[in-house]
Design a protein around this ligand. Structure first.
Ligand code: FRU
Length: 424
C-alpha cells in the first residue's frame, strides 16, 4: 500500500491555524453564541451513574439514526458512590464533587435507548469487564453499518497510553427495548506518532483521542477526525507571526503560550472497512491559543465542511480566553483552509455566570446541539454548586455561511433521529 505522500507526491494540505488574533474576538455572553442558563433544578438521568460525553448512534454520513423506531445513545459513564466510605467527608456527607472529578479514571461505555428521543432508559455496558484493554474507555463514535444492525464502536483506550481502537458488535431490538451484543474483540487502530501528533513521551499532558469516522460527501472515502496535540517536545513549539495573526499594538507578547498546542487530527482509511488507517497532518492547529480541541466532528451543509470541536477556559493560552463550549470552523473543501465561525470560532459557550454548566457539545446535522450538565451554581455567589452528570437541555443553532445563531432550546437530552433503519 502506497503511503499518502507517495500517492500525492507531497503532504496533501497545510493545517489551518486558529490564531491568537481570532481568539481575541471571542466574547463570552454574546446571546447568539451563549447557551441559555441551565436551571439548578434539572432532573438526572440516573441516581446510580454519572454520564458525560454523549455519542448518538449514527451512520457514516453523520445522520443520527434510530433502529426499528428506537433511538440509541452511548455515554461515558461511571458509578456514583453515595454510600462508599471513600467518598464520605469528615461531616458524614457524600462528597459528590470529588466523586464526579474522579470519574475519568473509571469511565466506561454504556448505552441507552428511547422511543421518543429523550427519557432515556439504561441499556447497560457495551463491553463486558475485561474486554477493553485499558482502564479507561474514553469517547468515540458508534456507527450503524447496515440493515443487519452491525455497529462499529470507535473509541479511545486510555491508561496505559492512548490508542484509537474499534470494536464491532450488533444492535438488537425487541418491542421492549434494545440490546448491544458482541463487542468482544477490540482492535487497536493507531496511536500518536511523535512526528505529526505529540506522544506521551514528548508531553505527559498530551491528548490523543475522540475518533469521529465519516465518509467524505465529495470523494466518498472513509476518514476519521480525532483530537491531538502538535508533535514536539513540550515547550519546544514556536508561537510566531502566523500563530499570532494580525493583532493590535500591545498584543504581541505571547507569554508562555508555547505550551498550548491543540490540533484536530485526521486519518484516512486504506480499506473499505476502516481496519487500516493512515494519519495525515492535522486539519487545524491552535498552537499558542489553546491546548485542547476535543471531540472534533463535522456537519456537512450547503456544500461546506463545518468543523466543530469542544474546548475549555482552562486550556486557553496566556493572553487569550473564552468560555467552555463548542467552537467551529468552516471550509469549502475537506482539507481547508478553515476559517473560524463568527470570526472568533465560538459557537456555543457557557454564560459567565455559570461557567461550568455544560460541556462536551455535539452539533448534529439538524442543528441540534447536545451536551451534558457539569455543575450549576445554587447560590448567588456561585460557591454552592449542584453536580450534574446528566443530559443538558438540547439547544438549536442555525448555521448560515460563516455565522451561527442560537435559536431554540428543547428538553433535557433531546436527540431525535434523522432517519430510521428497519433491521432485517
Ligand atoms: C471530553 C473528554 C474527552 C475524553 C473524555 C474523558 O469531555 O475530555 O475528550 O474522551 O472526556 O472523560
Amino acid at each position: 500500500m502506497k503511503s499518502n505522500t507517495e500517492k500525492f507526491g507531497k503532504a496533501p494540505h497545510q493545517p489551518s491555524l486558529w490564531t491568537r488574533a481570532d481568539a481575541l474576538k471571542v466574547h463570552a455572553d454574546d446571546p447568539t453564541t451563549t447557551q441559555p442558563l441551565v436551571s439548578a433544578d434539572f432532573p438526572v438521568l440516573s441516581n446510580e451513574v454519572f454520564i458525560w460525553d454523549t455519542m448518538p448512534l449514527r451512520d457514516l454520513d453523520g445522520n443520527i439514526t434510530s433502529v426499528d423506531g428506537w433511538s440509541v445513545i452511548f455515554t461515558l459513564t461511571a458509578d456514583r458512590h453515595p454510600n462508599d466510605p471513600e467518598y464520605i467527608d469528615e461531616n458524614g456527607n457524600y462528597d459528590i464533587t470529588r466523586d464526579w472529578n474522579d470519574r475519568h479514571g473509571r469511565a466506561k461505555m454504556y448505552y441507552w435507548f428511547s422511543r421518543t428521543g429523550k427519557d432515556w432508559k439504561l441499556g447497560g455496558r457495551v463491553m463486558a469487564e475485561g474486554v477493553s484493554p485499558t482502564a479507561r474507555e474514553w469517547a468515540g463514535t458508534p456507527i450503524l453499518l447496515n440493515e443487519q444492525g452491525d455497529v462499529d464502536l470507535y473509541y479511545t483506550a486510555v491508561t496505559p497510553g492512548a490508542t484509537i481502537v474499534k470494536v464491532r458488535g450488533r444492535v438488537v431490538t425487541t418491542e421492549h427495548g434494545v440490546s448491544m451484543v458482541g463487542f468482544e474483540k477490540v482492535k487497536p487502530l493507531f496511536e500518536a506518532d511523535g512526528k505529526m501528533y505529540q506522544t506521551e513521551a514528548q508531553n505527559p499532558f498530551w491528548g490523543f483521542r475522540d475518533p469521529w469516522p465519516f465518509r467524505d460527501p465529495n470523494d466518498g472515502k472513509l476518514y476519521m477526525l480525532f483530537e491531538g496535540n502538535v508533535a514536539g517536545e513540550r515547550g519546544s513549539h514556536k508561537v510566531g507571526k502566523a500563530e499570532i495573526g494580525d493583532v493590535p499594538p500591545g498584543y504581541e507578547d505571547v507569554g508562555n503560550s508555547r505550551f498550548q498546542t491543540a490540533c484536530v487530527g485526521i486519518a484516512v482509511a486504506r480499506d473499505e472497512d476502516g481496519d487500516d488507517w493512515e494519519m495525515l497532518p492535522p486539519l487545524l492547529t491552535a498552537v499558542g491559543v489553546n491546548d485542547q480541541t476535543e471531540r472534533p466532528h463535522f456537519v456537512f451543509q450547503d456544500g461546506k465542511y463545518y468543523l466543530f470541536t469542544i474546548s475549555h477556559t482552562f486550556t486557553y493560552a496566556d493572553g487569550v480566553t473564552g468560555p467552555d463550549g463548542v467552537y467551529g470552523f468552516v471550509a469549502d473543501s475537506l482539507f481547508g483552509p478553515y476559517v473560524p465561525l463568527n470570526g472568533s470560532g465560538l459557537v456555543l459557550g457557557n454564560p459567565s455566570s455559570q461557567p461550568f454548566q455544560t460541556y462536551s457539545h455535539c452539533v448534529m446535522p439538524n442543528g441540534l446541539v447536545t451536551s451534558f450538565i457539569d455543575s450549576v451554581p445554587t447560590d448567588e455567589s456561585g460557591t454552592q454548586i449542584r453536580i450534574g452528570g446528566t443530559e443538558a437541555p438540547t439547544v438549536e443553532i442555525r448555521i448560515k455561511g460563516q455565522q451561527t445563531f442560537v435559536v431554540a432550546e428543547y428538553d433535557y437530552g433531546y436527540i431525535p433521529p434523522m432517519l430510521d433503519v428497519t433491521l432485517k
